[in-house]
Structure formats: structure tokens, C-alpha cells
Design a protein around this ligand. Structure first.
Ligand code: AHR
Length: 503
């Protein structure tokens, strides 16, 4: 089978905002406790943060991490997580039916962000709380001193403000599962009032209002329209979430799910324009896709805890999806979609980062390792920076439930002008046929392949574990060649590849 691609230097989508390679950490399961924080772990630093996990995180060069939730934030009191640890209260977390010790709060998280070299993106609680807690939290985090909350921060050991610029106005407020769930108009008014108050403190904040929890919600896409009609002048991004699953064990349909993602982005981008036109506004609002990942492997085993059958355990194993090789392909496809839609998607966060639906797993007292999906995320984050190319792709395809003629070859291309390098991320959705792909490189100097990474496995269900950490891992490819303005590469059946060309 053959496919062809045209990549022209001047035919671009947009400069990619580095923040599309962001991540998310929630007080949920073993994400924080035993994930990033485990004071008794042999690799723990003076703050109790695991060094082995921090190393795997650092290697990903993640630009931003969203915190502290998620559903958790909608009944969270941020004040519980400050001050001396032995005075912090244990609370019941209604979202996940667990207990929260508050041993980690904003100070510890901020220090960890500095260790791993990332920026904090914070969420305020618009479920059980509102404008007042948001303004106080903001003052605590960002005011230099000389006020009640900023002086308290200083007394708690942090002199300089953290100057957090990205703030989420609640989480998934369209979801009936959310503590303090609201309808679109109710939420829109609250979000607008909260945003106004936060901007009175600092007009330069980047504020993110809740869009839909997923595109199957009954309120979608009216939710986006109504919420934006209330908030358009006060926010910068609208947040979208989507999780991907192969419950029917149908790989062809599973791997076509990114078309659904694409339509979701397209619809919300159009809704933004509709509201912009209606308001005769000059401002642009863009998309923060601040929760995305594969999530379904652990659904059944989580039921007992979520239904309350285990009482209120602290940091139990929850949402611990063990990812397989098939998920590598799905995550590659999702990231390709974000690159192709970098004109409107300016922030995206893989959900989550450690232990909870995560690319990184960590055993209590034991090792930390990269799950299968770590790798496509790694390649995109490290090498997918620059300008997204608007590729013309000609590939044979198949009919899936999500789209007719789903192309077997899915590809994104990024031009890093500073380094003079083109990076292509390719997925072959065909299960039995290899595909020869030729990419016509137009407007670029004659190129030379400088890196070629391949992920293939004869078992779609292969996984990495603590004892076998590299069952699914990339290996160096050999067949990619750039010659006479053309790149040629063979994609084995069900494979993910990255090819980098110096131009
Ligand atoms: O990431 C897990 C959960 O998924 C988040 O808490 C919530 O926002 C979403 O429903």
C-alpha cells in the first residue's frame, strides 16, 4: 500500500503553543501520594518528593501542569493545604470517596514544579465555593506582601509570590457528578463574576472557563455558547475534556476516535466565532484541552471504591490504567490532532501524569517506569515544537463508525525553524499491511534524516510493568531516507513512528 504527503514550508497551520504538551495532576488515588510524594521512598528528596518520578517527568520537558483537580477541586479548600503539616485537617473527598490528608498543598506542589521545571496552572473551586475563595487564593499565590493572605504565605515560608498566570474557573461544571454542578447560565454568571474579580487584581491573568466534559454531554454544544455569552469578554480559553476507550475491542473504530476529537474542536472553535461575532468583539478566545487521555482499562476495578464499598481510604489505587501497545497508537493520533489544530488549541494537558491514567507508574517503595503511552507523548513534547505544517495527505482509508474513509496513514508535521528540522509523527492504522509513505518536501533545502524512531509490537495488548519495563519501547528505525526533496519511509502494520529531517 502507498500514501503520499506534501509538506510545503509556507503552507502552515500556526506556531504551536508549547503548552499543548502540558499535563495534569489531581489529588486522586496515588497521583500525589505515592506518585510524586513519598517521603519514605529511597529516592525521596528533602521535601519527600520521589526523585525517580521527578526524573521521568523532567525528561518529558512538560511546560505546564494543571493542579489540584479535576473533580477534586469542586469541594476543595485550598487553605487546608497550607501551614504546618501537623495542623492540616484530614477531609473527606466527595469526588473520589477517599480521605485527603492535605500533606501536599500549594507550597509543596509549587516546589515540585520548580524541581521538574514546569509552570503551575491552578484551578479555583467554583463548585462548593465561589468568588471569595478565588480572590483569596489568588492573593495568597500572587501578591508580593503587605496584605492578609500574602503575609500568611510569607509566614508559611514562601517570600516571593509564585505569579501563576493560568487559572481554571472550576472544573467540568456541566457534569451532574460535579459537586456544585450548575446549568450553563448559572455557571456562566458565576464564572464571569469570578473572572472579573480576579482581573481586578491582575488584568493580565489567563483565565480558562469550563466547556463541556465531553462531546456526548446532553448540554453540548449549547453549554459552550451560553457560557461564552456570559464570559467572552473576561476569559482567554475555554476548557474541553475527552477520554478515549476501546471497550468493544474494535481497533479500527478505536483508532478513528481522533476524528471525533477533531469535530469537537471544530465545533467549539465555530461556537467561539459565533459568540465573538454576536458580541462584535475583537478578542480571541482559544481552547485549553486540559484533560485528555485513554481511560477505560481500570473502570471495573475502581467501582468498589467509588461506590463507597471501601469506606474512605487515603490514596488508594484508583484509575490505574495499564496501557498497552494499541494505546500508543491512540495517543499518537490524539497528539497529531492537537498539532494539526494548533491554530485554536493553545493548551492541552495529558490526564494525568503519575499513577492515575498516567504515562508514569510508581510502585510504593519500589520502581517508577514509563508506561507504553509515555513514548508518543515524549516524542511530541520534545520534538513537536515549532510551526505546524498544513500537510496534504493522500492515503487509502476505511470506513469507521466515526468517519468514512478514515485514512490508514495519520501524520502531523512540525517545522522547527530555529533548529532547521522537520519532525513527522506518523501512525499506520492498518493492521496487516505495511504502507510506503513518500513526503514531498517543498520549499525546504535538501534534507537528511537525523532521527527515526519506531514503535511496533506483534501484540496490541502488550504492556510495560514494574518487572518488564521495556516490553513496549521505541527502537531506532533504519529505512527512512530523504533524497532529492523527498522523504520515503515504510510504516509497518499498526505502527507509530517519528522521523526527523534536517533541512
Ligand atoms: O482525570 C480524571 C477525572 O476526569 C477528573 O477529575 C475530571 O475532571 C474528569 O471527569
Amino acid at each position: 500500500m502507498k500514501a503520499s504527503v506534501v509538506a510545503h514550508k509556507d503552507f502552515t497551520v500556526s506556531k504551536i503553543d508549547d503548552r499543548v504538551y502540558g499535563a495534569f495532576l489531581e489529588h486522586l488515588g496515588r497521583a500525589i501520594y505515592e506518585g510524586i510524594y513519598e517521603p519514605d521512598h529511597p529516592s525521596a528528596d528533602k521535601d519527600g518528593m520521589r526523585g525517580d518520578v521527578a526524573k521521568l517527568v523532567k525528561d518529558l520537558n512538560i511546560p505546564v501542569v494543571r493542579y489540584p483537580g479535576g473533580n477534586f477541586v469542586s469541594a476543595y479548600n485550598w487553605e487546608d493545604g497550607i501551614g504546618p503539616r501537623d495542623k492540616r485537617p484530614t477531609r473527606l473527598d466527595l469526588a473520589w470517596h477517599t480521605s485527603e490528608s492535605n500533606a501536599v498543598g500549594v507550597h509543596e506542589f509549587a516546589d515540585w514544579c520548580a524541581t521538574v521545571g514546569t509552570e503551575m496552572m491552578l484551578a479555583v473551586n467554583l463548585g462548593s465555593r465561589g468568588v471569595d475563595e478565588a480572590r483569596n487564593f489568588l492573593e495568597y499565590v500572587n501578591h508580593p506582601g503587605g496584605s492578609y493572605w500574602s503575609d500568611l504565605r510569607i509566614r508559611n515560608g514562601r517570600k516571593d509570590p509564585w505569579n501563576v498566570r493560568m487559572w481554571c474557573l472550576g472544573n467540568e461544571m456541566d457534569g451532574p457528578w460535579q459537586v456544585g454542578h450548575k446549568d450553563a447560565a448559572e455557571y456562566g454568571k458565576l464564572a464571569a463574576n469570578t473572572a472579573r474579580a480576579m482581573r481586578m487584581f491582575d488584568s493580565k491573568l489567563e483565565l480558562i472557563v469550563c466547556g463541556s466534559s465531553n462531546s456526548d454531554m446532553a448540554s453540548y454544544p449549547d453549554w459552550e455558547r451560553i457560557v461564552l455569552e456570559h464570559t467572552y469578554d473576561h476569559v482567554d480559553h475555554i476548557s474541553l475534556h475527552m477520554y478515549f476507550a476501546n471497550r468493544e475491542k474494535n481497533t479500527a473504530n478505536y483508532l478513528a476516535l481522533n476524528h471525533k476529537l477533531d469535530r469537537y474542536i471544530e465545533t467549539v472553535a465555530s461556537t467561539i466565532l459565533q459568540v465573538k461575532a454576536k458580541r462584535k468583539s475583537k478578542r480571541d478566545v482559544t481552547i485549553s484541552f486540559d484533560e485528555w487521555n485513554v481511560w477505560y482499562h481500570s473502570n471495573k476495578q475502581d467501582r468498589a471504591i467509588l461506590d463507597g464499598g471501601n469506606g474512605w481510604p487515603h490514596a488508594p489505587g484508583l484509575l490505574e490504567d495499564i496501557y498497552n501497545f494499541e494505546d500508543v497508537l491512540m495517543v499518537g493520533l490524539i497528539l497529531n490532532t492537537f498539532i494539526r489544530r494548533s491554530d485554536v488549541v493553545k493548551i492541552a494537558c495529558i490526564a494525568q501524569l503519575v499513577n492515575v491514567i498516567a504515562p508514569i507508574m510508581a510502585e510504593k517503595g519500589g520502581p517508577a517506569w514509563a508506561q507504553t503511552i509515555y513514548y508518543p507523548y515524549y516524542f511530541a513534547s520534545i520534538f513537536g515544537r515549532g510551526t505546524a505544517l498544513n500537510l496534504i495527505v493522500n492515503s487509502p482509508g476505511y470506513d469507521s463508525v466515526h468517519q468514512d474513509n478514515t485514512p490508514y496513514v495519520d501524520v502531523s508535521g512540525v517545522h522547527n525553524e530555529d533548529e532547521g528540522v522537520l519532525s513527522f509523527f506518523l501512525v499506520n492504522r492498518h493492521g496487516t499491511e505495511a504502507i510506503d509513505v513518500s513526503v514531498s518536501l517543498q520549499g525546504f533545502a535538501d534534507g537528511q534524516v537525523i532521527d527515526h524512531q519506531v514503535m511496533v509490537h506483534d501484540n496490541l495488548e502488550a504492556v510495560n510493568t514494574a518487572r518488564n519495563q521495556t516490553e513496549v519501547a521505541p527502537r531506532k528505525g533504519s529505512g527512512a531516507k530523504a533524497e532529492g526533496g523527498e522523504l520515503n519511509v515504510k510504516l509497518p502494520p499498526y505502527s507509530y513512528q517519528m522521523v526527523r529531517v534536517k533541512v
